[in-house]
Design a binder for this molecule. Structure first.
Ligand code: PMP
Length: 287
């Protein structure tokens, strides 16, 4: 699904078939989960292929790499150009783009000063495959922000997301929802969350979340449309009294939350602010 024998990736300066890529078994990326990555989408628009928020995503990739004390040898503009080329070489227009920087071999617990850079692309429909999802409150919490860097997209951080997603699926839900160490709602395994309450939107502030690029885009659209929005902490109990809620993320775009632990939100999805923002977001990405 993600690649086949003909898939071309960019790897350390060359465009090559994925099957030719070799990584060292002593890489810190394998042993300690030390790498950083991005999830980006390209859209087939009337004006050709457009990578949505390309600059913001590659800036975040470089920011994340610097958290690992690694300075990538590519500029944002070079990274954008590589991404367009990999799309073209794979004949893809509507696609998901995955750049990853993974640190090289070194078994000590000090960041390796060398890294591989790989960029791959694949076709990926809306994440979870639905416009609205059923969610469960996870038994997993987001890590303490003093235990890792939650504002960087570090590969090792994703064990938390995989545990929460696996638990949610095993319980029969589409997705999990994690609280922070203080018990406030934080985010989904790969999505930010918004709740609608009396015509106003609320979303958790930065600190215990990955500050999503879709989250920012949706906030910008909401402001443009005169929709009031507040970043503040809220509890699961408050969320249960909301009129509606939705997730945002590059992979999922904007998706309604039908229910949490089988308790449905009262507002019909089509009458919510989230639905309005989904229409606006779709027009924004596909034009
Ligand atoms: N939170 C987490 C933990 C994520 O992995 C993602 C996906 N990158 C998001 C939120 C949403 O971020 P974005 O809108 O930038 O894709």
């Amino acid at each position: 699904m993600f690649y086949n024998d003909n898939t071309i990736a960019f790897f350390d300066g060359d465009y090559t078939k994925v099957g030719n890529i070799r990584m060292n078994p002593y890489a810190q990326a394998i042993h300690y989960g030390i790498g950083v990555f991005e999830g980006i989408r390209a859209y087939d628009t009337p004006n050709g292929v457009k990578i949505f928020k390309a600059k913001e995503h590659f800036e975040r990739l470089i920011y994340s790499a610097k958290v690992l004390q690694y300075d990538p040898p590519y500029s944002v503009d070079e990274l954008i150009s590589i991404a367009y080329q990999v799309l073209e070489k794979n004949n893809l227009k509507d696609a998901y783009i995955r750049p990853i920087i993974s640190l090289c071999e070194n078994m000590t617990l000090k960041f390796s000063t060398e890294a591989h850079f790989m960029l791959t692309v694949w076709e990926w429909g809306k994440y979870l495959g639905k416009e609205c999802v059923d969610v469960t409150l996870s038994s997993y919490q987001k890590p303490n922000p003093k235990s890792t860097r939650l504002d960087a997209k570090i590969t090792g951080n994703y064990i938390n997301s995989v545990l929460a997603t696996t638990e949610a699926k095993q319980k029969g839900f589409d997705e999990g929802l994690l609280t922070d160490l203080n018990g406030f709602i934080a985010e989904g395994p790969g999505e930010n969350i918004f709740m609608e309450w009396n015509g106003k939107l609320y979303t958790p502030p930065q600190g215990h979340i990955l500050p999503g690029i879709t989250r920012q885009t949706v906030m910008d659209i909401a402001k443009e449309d005169g929709i009031e929005i507040e970043e503040r902490f809220f509890t699961p109990e408050e969320l249960f009294t909301a009129d509606a809620a939705f997730f945002t993320g590059t992979a999922i775009e904007v998706a309604g939350i039908n229910s949490i632990d089988n308790q449905k939100f009262p507002k019909e999805w089509k009458n919510t602010i989230g639905y309005h923002l989904l229409q606006r977001y779709s027009a924004f990405t596909r034009n």
